[in-house]
Ligand binder design. Structure first.
Ligand code: 13P
Ligand code: 13P
Ligand code: MG
Ligand code: MG
Length: 379
């Protein structure tokens, strides 16, 4: 059976501040989504929360980019926003950039990751969901899962993975994407995806048969809205086992935390901490950034799960490591590299301060030719 798995997420109001979701808001979103299940529009739905974000994990047979499915999510988030507004939750409706649904949820604020596949004899999938970070947070773990044999033994051992995987990489500024083959174009791939402020992995395919293996949400809200409207707080779907990395290979990169952009005011660098569902409440300096892993077995389109995969003492050390990494960075306060460089800062006052003080800048004789600023005529 061909099944579509659609994960659509939004921040529609935080409880308290940007730290979590109020149960009444979550319940309303669930109710609306379950109505769509009762009406036969979707086959199944599971609702996840990570920090102040809510994700609808839906199965159906309508393919990707189905306006009917996108509308289910839009309506659920709209209704949830009404409750969030009533309770005066923080930033109620934060990610809904438009008042009316116009056929496709892309570009309207919510993040979206969708894939269609023939359901296998057994179909284990993991939905990762992060708060206080951006989609490029997935670049490093996707590289390790699908291209690094030191992480994924299956790349060496499993004949159906041995040819490697194809990475689709998006330039979030131009909207252009490129497909790169691994292992042969690995170094080219890393040139791009190591530059996390510009490039993010959008999807991964198995090379042998072009089968979809992973899809990430790649919205860049700040670019879509033309002003700061919150961090992107992405989702990622990964298929596991039998020709894909094993569940443990997919989770393994998260055992060694790395730095991502986001955290306080979307303007800092911080470690991505893998946590259980109940620990997904970022309160220290609004962080550090969190990620949860929800495992499902899909059975005739039904979502059996979620299984809370980071709820495992084997990830305790990663949480301690992330706390230590957070301590080191917090020592830097408002100084880079804890604070992001100016072009990446989300709530930046820099342009205003520059404008206010522009007449007070004087040219200093540094011994190099004068650099002309825009509008100035060269002598
Ligand atoms: P089982 O032998 O338990 O199925 O495990 C195989 C596997 O893929 C472990 O990663
Ligand atoms: P969110 O993107 O999770 O809403 O967080 C915004 C923020 O400013 C955190 O400090
Ligand atoms: Mg928020
Ligand atoms: Mg958030």
């Amino acid at each position: 059976m061909k099944i579509t798995l659609s994960v659509i997420k939004a921040d529609i109001g935080g409880f308290v501040g940007h730290s979590s979701v109020h149960p009444e808001v979550l319940n309303r979103v669930k109710e609306v989504a379950l109505e769509a299940k009762d009406n036969g529009i979707i086959k199944d739905v599971s609702v996840l929360a990570c920090g102040d974000d809510i994700a609808l994990v839906m199965t159906h047979t309508k393919g990707i980019d189905s306006s009917e499915i996108h509308e289910v999510a839009w309506n659920a988030f709209k209704e949830g926003t009404e409750v969030a507004k009533k309770l005066k939750m923080y930033g109620a409706g934060q990610d809904l950039l438009s008042d009316a649904f116009s056929g496709n949820i892309k570009g309207m604020g919510p993040g979206i990751a969708e894939m269609e596949f023939e359901e296998r004899k057994s179909e284990p999938v993991i939905v990762f969901f992060a708060d206080k970070t951006s989609p490029s947070a997935w670049n490093l773990p996707l590289y390790e899962m699908f291209a690094d044999p030191m992480n994924t033994a299956g790349l060496v051992i499993d004949p159906s993975m041995h040819e490697g995987f194809i990475f689709e990489v998006l330039d979030v500024y131009t909207g252009m994407s490129i497909k790169l083959n691994t292992p042969e174009e690995l170094y080219d791939l890393l040139v791009f995806i190591g530059a996390t402020s510009r490039y993010c992995v959008k999807a991964v395919y198995r090379k042998k048969d072009r089968e979809i293996a992973a899809v990430a949400s790649t919205q860049k809200l700040s670019l879509m809205a033309g002003r700061y409207v919150g961090k992107d707080d992405p989702v990622l779907i990964v298929r596991c086992q039998s020709g894909f990395p094993a569940v443990g290979e997919v989770l393994e990169p998260f055992a060694r935390p790395w730095f991502v952009e986001g955290w306080m005011r979307g303007s800092h660098t911080g470690p991505l901490m893998p946590v259980s569902f109940s620990q997904a409440k970022p309160t220290r300096f609004d962080g550090p950034p969190r990620v949860i892993a929800a495992g499902y077995q899909i059975c005739e389109g039904e979502l059996i799960g979620p299984s809370d995969l980071f709820d495992d003492p084997a990830f305790d050390q990663a949480r301690l490591d992330a706390s230590l990494m957070a301590n080191y960075l917090r020592r830097q306060g408002i100084f880079e590299p804890h604070r992001l460089p100016p072009e990446e800062m989300e709530y930046t006052t820099l342009p205003k301060v520059l404008e206010k003080l522009k007449d007070r800048f004087k040219l200093v004789d540094t011994g190099r030719p004068k650099i002309h600023t825009e509008g100035e005529v060269a002598e």
